[in-house]
Ligand binder design. Structure first.
Ligand code: URA
Length: 437
């Protein structure tokens, strides 16, 4: 078998046999297939696509390139979640302890943010002492003993994806549904959880701009998971406006814990409680909505979050008194409504990019981030506002960046004369949950 023939076959619209895909992945990881050839193959895939059978084979070959986590020592069904990423998406930080408080262990490996979307690891690192670099053995022990763990993706898992994703990043070959689905799902399958909820974001601030694109990605990821014997449920959720009010690492940590205390913004709370109930249902827990609601109202979710943060080296006081622990940015600047009306849009992409330029995110992988800075919305789409009323507050390191960001945030808001039609947050789902109507 020769790589050049496989590239030509895909270029001409052919379908690979599973063994051919294994040859490409294993050869690339071993350095026997050059990055130039692999990039050419990826471009052929972007243009020609992959069949479902090819996607399954690609995902399996990537999983086989490294270790896999054995969560059997936990002794119970473990669950995981994934989000394709958005602006203000702090769901994991609230969801993991909430689900664990309901008796279902959560084993989650996360990534860093890039561009306008934030990453869970960056957010958690705003908690002084929080350890993300946990070895797999300790990860499993944390899940078993504490009920949840959120750590950095282990390097020993799916090395093929790390190499291939880096190559795709610099060769304009990221946007192919089959490559994205196998990349995401290879990491989820290797991380060991039996059941998982995948939140596929759709909209201006998301990887998938359209619901059709999100549906196709969700369908593929769902099929990969089911083919591998996992229980997978996908939710397509809106990402036209930031999720919740806070955008920025420490600010989002504080908001995530407010959700657990029942004091979070309605939209982010809806996603967290909805995904938590779906995870419980996947794990076979009866009355999932009621169980989730009780974990919040009794304080069990807060207590679980404190145990989790302490077990990973952070100060558990961050859960109930976040601003005793987290760093606050020194400069604030309020953005006000230019006129009376209704907020028609608060564009997620523009606000995410403004937060990134402020220092809350990174344009390139090697950039440092400032955990304290960010943007807190004071108005959301659908809200009535009067001229001069706050739309948002910028939390900045200095006056110049506050000024610049305030102008960018102001430009991201659209104020209209009439109330915009309500848009659903949880748009649709892909997959079914046994025993649930
Ligand atoms: N996220 C991933 O993990 N992989 C992709 O290919 C795209 C987004």
């Amino acid at each position: 078998m020769r790589a050049v023939d496989l590239i030509a076959a895909k270029r001409d619209g052919g379908e690979h046999a599973p063994g051919e895909i294994e040859f490409l992945v294993a050869g690339f990881v071993a350095g026997e297939i050059s990055p130039e050839q692999m990039a050419a193959w990826c471009m052929a895939v972007v243009l020609r696509g992959l069949t479902d059978a090819e996607v399954f084979a690609l995902c399996a070959a990537m999983v086989a390139s490294g270790d896999t986590v054995d969560l059997a020592p936990v002794g119970r069904i473990c669950v995981d979640k994934h989000s394709t990423g958005g602006v203000g998406d702090k769901v994991t930080i609230a969801l993991a302890p909430l689900v664990a408080a309901c008796g279902v262990p959560v084993a989650k490996m996360s990534g860093r943010g890039l561009g306008h979307t934030g990453g869970t690891l960056d957010k958690l690192e705003s908690i002084p002492g929080y350890r993300i670099g946990v070895e797999v053995e300790e990860f499993v022990a944390l899940v078993a003993d504490v009920g949840c763990a959120v750590i950095a993706q282990s390097r020993s898992l799916v090395p093929a994806d790390a190499a291939l994703y880096a190559l795709r990043d610099v060769t304009a070959t990221v946007p192919a549904p089959g490559l994205i689905a196998s990349s995401v799902m290879s990491k989820k399958l290797a991380a060991g959880a039996v059941a998982m909820v995948l939140d596929v974001k759709a909209g201006d601030g998301a990887f998938c701009r359209t619901v059709d694109g999100a549906r196709e990605l969700a369908r593929l990821m769902h099929r990969i998971g089911e083919d591998a014997g996992r229980r997978v449920f996908c939710e397509i959720t809106a990402m036209d406006a930031p999720l919740g009010l806070a955008i920025g690492n420490a600010l989002e940590v504080a908001e995530a814990f407010a959700i657990l205390a029942g004091n979070g913004p309605a939209d982010a709370t809806e996603v967290v409680l909805g995904s938590a109930a779906d995870l419980l249902a996947l794990a076979g827990v009866g009355d999932p909505e009621g169980t989730v609601g009780r974990a919040v109202s009794t304080g069990a979710a807060i207590a679980q979050a404190e145990r989790w943060i302490a077990a990973q080296g952070g100060d558990p006081a961050v859960v109930s008194r976040p601003w005793d622990v987290l760093e606050r940015a020194p400069v604030r600047q309020v953005v006000t409504a230019p006129r009376d009306g209704y907020v028609e849009a608060a564009h997620a992409l523009a606000i995410g990019l403004a937060a990134m330029r402020l220092g809350a995110g990174r344009a390139r992988k090697e950039d440092a981030i400032d955990h304290a800075v960010g943007i807190v919305l004071a108005a959301r789409p659908g809200d009535a506002v009067t001229a001069g009323q706050p739309l948002a507050e910028v939390h900045a390191r200095d006056a110049a960046s506050a000024e610049r960001t305030a102008a960018e945030v102001a430009a991201a808001f659209v104020i209209a004369d009439s109330v915009p039609p309500p848009a659903p947050l949880r748009i649709e789902t892909v997959g079914t949950i046994a025993g649930r109507v």
